[in-house]
Design a protein around this ligand. Structure first.
Ligand code: AHG
Ligand code: MN
Ligand code: MN
Length: 335
């Protein structure tokens, strides 16, 4: 049997093969992994304690905050409290960036978080995720303004997600392919379970909340209709799968191909998903696996953020499928 490769061994080994690498990324990754393990532990026991249900509060997005959203956010704050590399956390659950005291203005990195993704799945024991994105800050010290934090997705140093499903996965990229790790719950450690994930060029599955169909533009409606047409030569109709958890749906796309979309709507042209801690990190990761992340008119990771909690329409997955979506959306804007 081949010996298993743990996350610490893997990241330190990778670091050894990159000239000039300082080990900073490995240390940040291990802190993030600790956060994922602690969240996974709480999720396993959530139904037994007082962790289910709503806090009664709404977040900066105007969305109801579940107790587990708050708990997951708190876990990441605790995990990063006692280190000096990351000076700033930006989270879906916090209106303003959180500055880490112990980093004392010296931390060179900012971490963007969706601490718990797919919150509507909490009460029904369906899959959940966490998303992270790491950016390097210019110079040292706390960012002097939010503007410094509004970095394009193409500037990410690393990005990834945890998927809390039948097993707990950590999937990430630091710009050299996509690796997948599986948590051995008893050992409390992640082990490499897939190396250099590659997304098929074209898939057979689409993932979208079709209940919103009437709110979409005609281009999006026509694209969906295209996917549902009968055409055995091009493998249509596609199958439909939607879990209500972005991470879980994108993970399926990453493994099997196809696309996930959260289109803009007539009254919400930017759709629902947040650029800096949902769309950008998963677009970086999917692109590292050979796929694409698009707003329908431009690559997600070329968008210059105007605000930390900005939303963007998203079409993400296999190259051919995302290109086809763009064709439909762009021909609409020309008519
Ligand atoms: P979050 O729980 O972090 O707010 O994200 C929810 C997102 C995403 O996980 C999912 O794909 C989408 O919202 C579901 O939204 P709809 O219920 O509108 O389909
Ligand atoms: Mn989310
Ligand atoms: Mn969330």
């Amino acid at each position: 049997m081949t010996p298993r490769l743990s996350l610490p061994t893997h990241t330190f080994r990778e670091q050894g093969s990159i000239p000039g690498a300082t080990g900073e990324f490995s240390r940040i990754m291990l802190q993030i992994a600790l956060g994922g393990k602690l969240i996974a532990r709480d999720l396993r026991k959530a139904g037994l304690g007082q962790l289910l249900g709503s806090t009664g509060l709404t977040n900066v997005q105007g969305e109801e905050v579940q107790k587990l959203d708050e708990r997951a956010n708190q876990i990441f704050l605790e995990v990063f409290e006692h280190q000096e590399l990351v000076s700033t956390l930006v989270s879906e659950e916090m209106e303003k960036p959180y500055l880490i005291k112990e980093a004392n203005g010296k931390g060179k990195y900012a971490v963007f978080l969706d601490p718990l993704d797919g919150s509507s799945n909490i009460d029904v024991n369906a899959p959940l995720g966490s998303i992270f994105s790491i950016h390097r800050l210019p110079g040292e010290g706390f960012p002097v303004s939010e503007e410094v934090l509004r970095k394009k997705g193409c500037e990410q140093v690393a990005a990834g997600y945890f998927l809390y499903g039948a097993s707990v996965l950590l999937v990430y990229t630091c710009g050299h392919g996509v690796q997948q790790f599986t948590l051995d719950q008893e050992a409390g450690e992640f082990f490499l379970s897939a190396n250099n994930l590659h997304i098929p060029k074209r898939g057979k599955i689409y993932s979208v909340n079709e209940g919103n169909h009437q709110k979409w533009s005609s281009g999006t409606k026509k694209f969906l209709h295209h996917l549902q047409e009968l055409d055995s030569q091009t493998g249509r109709p596609y199958s439909s799968r939607y879990s209500g958890c972005f991470v879980a749906d994108v993970h399926r796309v990453l493994c099997k191909g196809g696309l996930y979309m959260y289109p803009g709507e007539q009254k919400k042209p930017d759709g629902k998903l947040r650029l800096m801690y949902e769309a950008a990190p998963l677009s970086f990761l999917v692109e590292q696996a050979g796929g694409l992340g698009s707003t329908g008119v431009a690559p997600v990771n070329q968008v210059t953020p105007q605000a930390l909690h900005q939303r963007v329409p998203l079409y993400i997955g296999s190259q051919d499928d995302v290109r086809k979506a763009e064709e439909f959306l762009q021909s609409e804007s020309m008519t």
